[in-house]
Design a protein around this ligand. Structure first.
Ligand SMILES: Nc1ncnc2c1ncn2[C@@H]1O[C@H](COP(=O)(O)OP(=O)(O)OP(=O)(O)O)[C@@H](O)[C@H]1O
Ligand SMILES: [Mg+2]
Length: 276
């Protein structure tokens, strides 16, 4: 099945506890990579040079993704995560710099917009335009919805919890879309659950691809991306996405045209896959 640009980014591996020593590394770090040309294009997709770690006390690398490295530590005494973009060597340094900056700015902007509207998202502590890194409130002891679904499924306990969770997700996304915030990378890995998980206390994260739009089409595509992510990461959860959509439709004041667009986008995806 092909679905053009709407495919969500792949889930990435976690790397626990492998961070450098506390306080290591200068706060400024390195500038944009300038030695990319020496390497040739052969290794374009592999082995990006990791960004210099931020100077956070008790620093620990928690997630080493293809797009970003996430560190955990203290920022002015508060539990914080620092997100640093990983430069892509196959991109021209100037383009890379622009992209990183734009994504970071978008992330900060949308997080603030969420917070202002009362939509649960991490507090923004600091935006560093020199290193293109962003310091956020650490949602302490949270787990991703993705991991939560896996663990509920594995435990074989009653999946009615998952139904409720899906409803909560639909409600949250409806509120976000009613603020004209398009997430841009909706997956179950970009939604956190605060402890204790039974409270179904959701927090939205990872707004680097987000933008502001009131267009039903943009909202429909946002939901489509999530639907695709659901199908690929949780193959046995059709009922969950159905419950999510139902609550979305009931919560959002503007859901009619959005669901219509979602249907259109689905159809387009199917046609494209038939043509090949
Ligand atoms: N504010 C936060 N509090 C707690 N954990 C967080 C926070 N932000 C990010 N994380 C953890 O780090 C992971 C990656 O963060 P995020 O989704 O923002 O980056 P990403 O660009 O998707 O990185 P990747 O390239 O790994 O996908 C999340 O799935 C989550 O486990
Ligand atoms: Mg993510």
């Amino acid at each position: 099945l092909t679905h053009g640009g709407a495919e969500p980014r792949r889930a990435r591996s976690a790397a626990g506890g492998a961070g450098p020593a506390a306080g290591a590394g200068p706060p400024g770090g390195r500038g944009p990579a300038v030695d990319g040309a020496e390497r040739g294009a052969g290794d374009a997709m592999v082995a990006e040079e990791p960004p210099a770690p931020p100077a956070l006390p008790g620093l620990r690398l928690v997630q080493q993704g293809a797009e970003a490295h996430v560190y955990r530590g203290l920022f002015l005494g508060r539990a914080a995560v620092a997100k640093l973009r990983v430069p892509k060597r196959y991109r021209h340094p100037a383009l890379e710099e622009r992209l990183s900056r734009r994504r970071m700015a978008q992330e900060a902007r949308s997080l603030l917009r969420c917070r202002r509207a009362g939509i649960p998202a991490p507090v923004v502590y600091f935006v560093d335009y020199v290193t293109n890194s962003i310091y956020l409130e650490d949602i302490v002891d949270s787990i991703t919805v993705q991991d939560h679904i896996y663990s509920v499924q594995k435990s074989g306990t009653d999946t009615s919890d998952l139904h409720k969770l899906a409803e909560k997700m639909g409600e949250l996304l409806a509120r976000m879309h009613d603020e004209d915030i398009i997430h841009g990378d909706l997956t179950t890995a970009n939604l956190l659950l605060r402890p204790p998980t039974e409270k179904l206390d959701l927090v939205l994260i990872d707004f680097g691809l987000s933008f502001i739009s009131g267009l039903p089409e943009d909202k429909g595509v946002d939901l489509y991306v999530l639907e695709k992510a659901f199908i690929s990461t949780h193959p046995d959860t059709e009922a969950m996405f159905q419950a999510l959509l139902k609550t979305y439709a009931a919560t959002s004041k503007k859901s009619g045209p959005v669901i219509k667009k979602l249907d259109e986008v689905r159809l387009r995806g199917r046609k494209r896959s038939m043509i090949g």
